[in-house]
Design a protein around this ligand. Structure first.
Ligand code: AHM
Ligand code: MG
Length: 351
């Protein structure tokens, strides 16, 4: 029995198969009058890319050893760096489907056109193919982040204008985390759903339906090595969280992986706050609006959380360029609100 509520379509008692990602998206599409199947097709391509990247990530250690011996592996293939490989896999999986008119990636300076041989679709795909790439060689969780918009140009090849849209215009966003298991988490704006890859079947199955971020958490996540560059507001905020003046009267715990996907995934499931603030050295922070901040902000808000640059809602920032960076405070609604108050007051509010 399928519920009429599209944010809760899984049957109460799962059958033997459970809900595959494909079926979940198809069922939701049936609720959208006039849906063409393009979105489902694009999603299938992204999920395929995720499965391929997951399989390569699982063998990264072996590949690195082979690569170090002569950059050519036993099959005579050039060993690629995993982030370049992930980028290529995504482009190759998506470009021929006819669902997108243009793509953009954190790895490419310019937009990625759809080759002339392939039809141009109505969607725009932007991605960070392998987020947390500094963690690859040390076997720590990494991920892929994606963001989907509708094209704004009329027809033909997509342009940069199709990519430079505010996050509020996203039709979907998500990430794939290559962790102790591989998970794909996505939202079309009405609920956030998580799927775990069964590596033997090679399919994502619904494991976390309708994820909600608690209004407040008990952990903060920030690179404290940058403290000497922080603004007084950020310093005062973090000092408060580490003291008995923290909400709840108990110091927050620190959790920092250094992979946005992993730090956000934990924050999404458990609550708390992740921050990559602007500081005196890098006023715009480090993270990219289009490939990192906007898609995560879309997920955070869809799960009942919040995402701010410190000055305003991340989703409302209109990008001025493909690789624009913005400060990011994201996670539990009340924790993000506190961060914004400190950042805007320049020190502890009321002190
Ligand atoms: P990447 O996309 O090149 O991997 O860089 C982005 C990563 C994020 O995943 C993470 O939150 C951040 O950089 C960590 O930066 P730092 O090492 O400065 O703490
Ligand atoms: Mg990244």
């Amino acid at each position: 029995m399928i519920s009429s509520n599209p944010s809760s379509i899984a049957p109460g008692a799962p059958d033997e198969l459970g809900w595959t990602l494909d079926r979940h998206i198809l069922e939701r599409q049936r609720h959208i009058p006039g849906a063409s199947g393009d979105f489902t097709g694009l999603f299938q391509s992204i999920a395929l890319a995720g499965r391929v990247i997951a399989s390569r990530v699982a063998k990264a250690g072996l590949a690195d050893v082979l690569g170090a011996t002569g950059v050519v592996n036993v099959q005579g293939e050039t060993v690629q760096k995993l982030d370049t490989l992930a980028n290529n896999v995504l482009v190759r999986c998506v470009e021929a489907g006819g669902h997108v008119c243009v793509m953009a990636s954190e790895e490419n300076d310019e937009i990625i056109p759809v080759p002339p041989a392939y039809p141009k679709g109505k969607y725009v795909l932007m991605f960070d193919p392998l987020d947390g790439s500094s963690n690859i060689d040390v076997n720590v969780s990494i991920g892929t982040i994606f963001s989907i918009h509708r094209r704004v140009t009329a027809a033909g090849p997509g342009t940069e204008a199709d990519c430079l849209q505010a996050g509020t215009e996203q039709v979907a966003a998500g990430y794939i985390i290559y962790g102790s298991s591989t998970m794909l988490v996505y939202s079309t704006g009405d609920g956030v759903h998580g799927f775990t890859l069964d590596p033997l079947v090679g399919e994502f199955f619904l494991s976390h339906e309708n994820i909600r971020i608690p209004a407040r958490g008990a952990t903060y996540s920030i690179n404290e090595g940058n403290r000497m560059h922080w603004t007084p507001g950020v310093t005062a905020w973090i000092d408060t969280l580490k003291s008995e003046r923290a909400p709840g009267g108990k110091p927050y715990g620190l959790r920092y992986v250094g992979t946005l996907v992993a730090d956000f995934h934990r924050t999404l499931l458990r609550g708390g706050v992740f921050a990559y603030p602007g500081d005196r050295k890098s006023p715009d922070g480090k993270l990219r609006l289009l490939y990192e901040c906007a898609p995560m902000a879309f997920l955070a808000e869809a799960a009942g959380g919040a995402a701010s640059t410190g000055a305003g809602r991340v989703l409302e920032v209109v990008p001025g360029g493909l690789h624009q960076r913005v400060p990011l405070f994201i996670g539990s609604k009340d924790d993000v609100a506190d961060a914004v108050r400190f950042v805007q007051d320049g020190a502890a509010p009321g002190t």
